[in-house]
Design a protein around this ligand. Structure first.
Ligand code: ATP
Ligand code: MG
Length: 421
């Protein structure tokens, strides 16, 4: 087993070693390298005090406040630490430096995140490599204790289940769900960061059990629908067991399992806007409450409302109706929106093909496709303040009759419109 460390973190390790300091790559980069996935960011830990770290890497900039983390050419390096006590479920009461690699790994959340690589050998005290091979998430130490220390780990668990497509070891899962409501104690900023990572992953639907357990209610993400569905599933399973016990074979059992309410989320394009919109829609959550809790920006909320409007108007029946639906500008990818609607509602199943047909036809439906530009409209005498409205009128005309999309026809129309709009 070997891990290829990129140039910068390898250079940092070499420089630290040269200064007599033992250092290791740790956390996500080790996990992802062993999985054969590209590693996002390389974190190093060094067995030294913060002052020694600064002396060994003079160009490093401090970024970690109390944790003593420094950034050296984009590589984050933290002195090995040992922590004591988490009274608020969020922050360690104190951070003690001068810890060993063992104490540093012991404070990490999951076994697959608690491995270290020094350039030659793997340190893996919690059998993270075996869990990686089994595609299994397991807490380092007693799950109820670890989730009690920092409730964000509960969300990270379901986030990793979705991004890595791993199963969750039963004691870890049970403790996470039992303690799910304690996520309310975590800052919205940390929760949003993890949720965004989950949303960008392969299977955001893996958040389902956490939502059903009410883990994100405090942030406006409703769990009721999912909880009801979980109960229904349990009921169906129980009924199936009873029928089976009465002597019917599996083939005779025609008990439909209720569909996983969140499953469609995985088929939604991996854009944050579309995934958030679909999550809120599928869970029946209050978009305003979420936007407030997570401080979504104004443009995000505007795009969100535009998606709502488009969805509420129903699926356009033909290319002409689609062009009219796109008349009000769409500030996001219309193709992504079409895929999103189709993923969550069978009524929108024809939309992606309809949109593709529109693109292929080359028929105009956006002002950029008009055969007359804004400066040309001004040359034709349309005052600057009227350009937008004139363009809308021209667009409506060419949507109905694409053959009108030529300069002389549009220029003539614009000249007669300039007094009317
Ligand atoms: P990603 O690739 O998505 O960034 P990651 O595992 O690197 O995943 P980070 O948030 O970057 O996640 O954290 C880096 C490492 O720090 C983790 O692998 C884990 O060892 C440790 N860690 C991060 N957050 C926690 C936490 N809340 N509790 C315990 N350990 C944590
Ligand atoms: Mg990381």
């Amino acid at each position: 087993m070997t891990i290829v460390i990129p140039e910068k973190p390898a250079a940092a390790l070499a420089q630290l070693r040269h200064a007599g300091i033992r250092a290791w790559a740790v956390g996500g980069a080790v996990r992802d390298s062993l999985l054969g996935r590209p590693a996002e960011d390389w974190d190093l830990t060094a067995a030294c005090m913060p002052g020694q770290l600064a002396a060994a890497l003079p160009e490093a900039k401090p970024i970690g406040g109390a944790y003593g983390t420094v950034s050296w050419h984009g590589v984050e390096i933290t002195p090995c630490r040992a922590e004591a006590g988490y009274t608020d479920h969020r922050h360690p009461d104190s951070v003690c430096f001068g810890g060993s690699l063992e104490t540093d790994l012991a404070r990490r959340d999951f076994t697959v995140n608690a491995m270290a690589w020094d350039g030659e050998a793997l340190t893996d005290p919690y059998h993270g490599a075996a869990d990686l091979a089994a595609r299994r998430l397991r807490c380092v130490g007693a799950p109820e204790v670890r989730f009690g220390e920092d409730a964000l780990r509960i969300l990270r668990l379901f986030r990793f289940a979705g991004t890595l497509d791993f199963d969750i070891d039963e004691p870890t899962r049970a403790a996470a769900l039992a303690l799910a409501p304690s996520l309310a104690t975590v800052s919205a900023e940390r929760v949003r960061g993890e949720l965004n990572k989950a949303m960008k992953g392969e299977r955001p639907s893996r958040l389902g059990p956490l939502l059903a357990a009410g883990g994100l209610e405090a942030f406006g993400l409703a769990g009721k629908r999912l909880a009801a569905q979980a109960q229904e599933t349990a009921g169906t399973k129980e009924a199936a067991e009873t029928v089976k016990a009465a002597g019917f074979s599996g083939a005779q059992l025609k008990m439909p399992a209720p569909a996983d309410l969140l499953a469609p989320l995985d088929a939604v394009p991996q854009s944050l806007l579309c995934r958030w919109w679909a999550l809120i829609h599928l869970t029946g959550s209050d978009a305003h409450k979420c936007a407030e809790a997570f401080c979504f920006g104004r443009s995000f909320c505007k795009d969100f409302a535009r998606l709502d409007d488009w969805f509420d108007a129903g699926c356009p029946q033909d290319v002409h109706a689609l062009k009219l639906a796109l008349l009000a500008p769409v500030p996001f990818s219309a193709a992504d929106a079409a895929e999103t609607f189709a993923a969550i509602s069978p009524a929108f199943a024809p939309l992606p093909a309809l949109y593709a047909a529109l693109r292929k036809s080359g028929e105009p439906y956006q002002k950029e496709q008009l055969a007359i530009t804004a400066p040309e409209l001004m040359v034709e005498g349309v005052p600057g303040r009227c350009i937008g409205r004139v363009q809308q009128c021209l667009l409506k005309a060419v949507i109905d009759t694409p053959e009108m999309n030529n300069y002389p026809t549009l220029a003539q129309m614009a000249r007669s419109l300039k007094h009317m709009v």
